[in-house]
Design a binder for this molecule. Structure first.
Ligand code: NAI
Ligand code: MG
Length: 501
């Protein structure tokens, strides 16, 4: 059904010309519509209006894309490139992306709702940096020479080879950055990719697809689809010609992906949910700790898998921390992502708005007290006030489950002498993605870092990311690591070669 669509006047010329153009997916080097001809609407979460229509891929498009990726991996131009040439292509994508920083920041703000000022200094530059970092690894997928005891007249060495065709399924919270995290290492190691974008936020990924064409990637190496979980993601995760699937999203769907992969035992990596603790000791620099704890949860509207969503503060500073974080929360400027003065945008979708507000409601029902927030903001769009809940305990839904919104639960702890007990409290979750510890005592900091079961521990900071640092989860937060040298292991097979001399 055709509806009259108005282009947001705050978009620059490039973003508005992209949004108003005809949208296409990237399959086998061509920018194409879905085989079925179907499209679906993309919504602006700041007001719920339709932005545009994009192609809707289903199993038929998945099959064409996977065969193209298979063909590109098994022969042709891609495996013929040298590592240096592969690296240069990735570097070229980084350059192109950087040249379009403002446009991408605007697309993210429009589609996801996040503040454009944040996307312009975080999402886009981090994606650029990731591509550059991974470009460097293209020439450094090293093996080793291994002395063996079968005899001195043997030469044994290992080589790392690309794992093959990779399916990548990404979420909506950092649409461009998640695409970069996944595409960078896969392409650096020489894999080919079929990526499915999140249905809530396909715009930046479809624009990125054009940059891959412009950079000169051979056909079939990168394929980018827009579509929904069941009809598009599921057949991709199950496809027999796919060698590996990499997924970021909910733990629930992560389990489905692992199951879907069993058909041909494809390799699986998963980056899933979290309920990360931020732990404030009484000796911490309180201004830093309070501002840090606030930003740990309110950054990106709380839609971060590593959000500091369980706040623990020592009883002697608990009231100060609750008041401080609440005060910051109450002062945050809420508005549409495209407003350059906005600090907190809407949640990504009506579904997420309903989820988050129903968590807050259950907090009220189970006896939580409100330090700040607790309500929707504006009657239009999917805005939720920055919210702090206290008087909470394990067993309450708001404490046990991932909310994925700007909602933090604050609990106090008693004795700083018994770190083990505190660590047990911090570890009392099925997740293990991240944690932050706020103290000036280096011994306490390192002891906590040892005892916390999570893939990332921050000390006196939270949400610090770098392309060089591995990121991923213990327990039900996932399998494998993204970024750093670590991620290359996910995209390579190791071959041991032994020669009798
Ligand atoms: P989701 O896990 O359903 O979506 C993530 C991606 O998986 C999307 O691309 C989606 O289309 C795809 N997908 C969904 N069902 C699939 C299936 N059966 N087979 C293959 N792919 C499938 O997450 P959703 O529903 O958007 O959000 C629900 C909750 O998940 C959030 O409230 C949050 O708690 C968590 N989440 C965690 C993220 C993270 O970064 N770890 C990101 C997004 C959501
Ligand atoms: Mg879902």
């Amino acid at each position: 059904m055709a509806t009259a669509i108005t282009i947001d006047p705050r978009l620059g010329a490039d973003a508005s010309s992209f949004v108003s153009g005809k949208h296409a997916m990237l399959i086998d080097g061509n920018l194409v519509a879905a085989k079925s001809g179907k499209t679906f609407p993309v919504y602006n979460p700041a007001d719920g209006t339709e932005i545009c229509q994009v192609p809707e891929a289903d199993a038929a498009d998945v099959d064409i894309a996977v065969r193209a990726a298979r063909h590109a991996f098994d022969g042709g131009a891609w495996p013929a490139l040298t590592p240096s040439q592969r690296g240069r292509l990735l570097w070229k994508v980084a350059d192109l992306l950087e040249q379009h920083t403002e446009e991408f920041a605007q697309l993210e703000a429009l589609d996801n709702g996040k503040p454009v000022s944040v996307a312009g200094v975080a999402d886009v530059p981090l994606a650029v940096d990731l591509f550059r970092y991974m470009a460097g690894w293209a020439t450094k997928t090293l093996g080793s020479t291994i002395p063996i005891s079968a005899g001195n007249d043997f030469l044994s060495y290992t080589v790392r080879e690309p794992v093959g065709v990779v399916a990548q399924i990404i979420p909506w919270n950092f649409p461009l950055l998640m695409a970069a995290w996944k595409l960078g290492p896969a392409l650096a190691t020489g894999c080919t990719v079929v990526m499915k974008l999140a249905e809530q936020t396909p715009l930046s990924g479809l624009r990125l697809a054009q940059l891959f064409v412009e950079a000169g990637f051979p056909p079939g190496v990168v394929n980018i689809l827009a579509g929904f979980g069941e009809p598009c993601g599921a057949p991709l995760a199950a496809h027999d010609l796919v060698d590996k699937v990499a997924f970021t999203g909910s733990t629930e769907v992560g389990k489905l992906i692992a199951r879907a992969a069993t058909g041909n035992l494809k390799k699986v990596t998963l980056e899933l949910g979290g309920k990360s603790p931020a732990i404030i000791f009484p000796d911490a620099d309180m201004d830093t700790a309070i501002a840090g704890a606030a930003s740990a949860i309110f950054f990106n509207q709380g839609q971060c898998c590593c959000a500091g969503s369980r706040l623990f503060a020592h009883e002697s500073v608990f009231d100060q921390v609750v008041e401080g974080v609440s005060h910051i929360g109450s002062k945050i400027k809420i508005g549409p992502g495209l407003d350059p003065t906005t600090e907190l945008g809407p949640l990504v979708s009506e579904e997420q708005f309903d989820r988050v507000t129903s968590f807050i409601k259950s907090g009220h029902e189970q006896g939580a007290k409100v330090g700040t927030g607790g309500k929707r903001h504006s009657d239009r769009g999917y805005f939720v006030q920055p919210t702090l809940l206290h008087n909470v305990r394990p067993g309450m839904k708001v404490v046990d489950e991932e909310i994925f919104g700007p909602v933090v639960v604050a609990q106090s702890f008693k004795t700083d002498a018994d770190l083990q007990r505190l660590a047990a409290q911090a570890n009392d979750t099925v997740y293990g993605l991240a944690a932050s510890v706020w103290t000036r005592d280096i011994s306490v900091a390192h002891k906590m870092a040892r005892m916390i079961k999570a893939g990332t521990v921050w000390v006196n900071c939270h949400n610090v990311f770098d392309a060089a640092l591995p990121f991923g989860g213990y327990k039900q937060s996932g399998w494998g690591r993204e970024m750093g040298a670590e991620v290359l292991n996910n995209y390579t097979e190791v071959k041991a070669v032994t020669v009798k001399l």
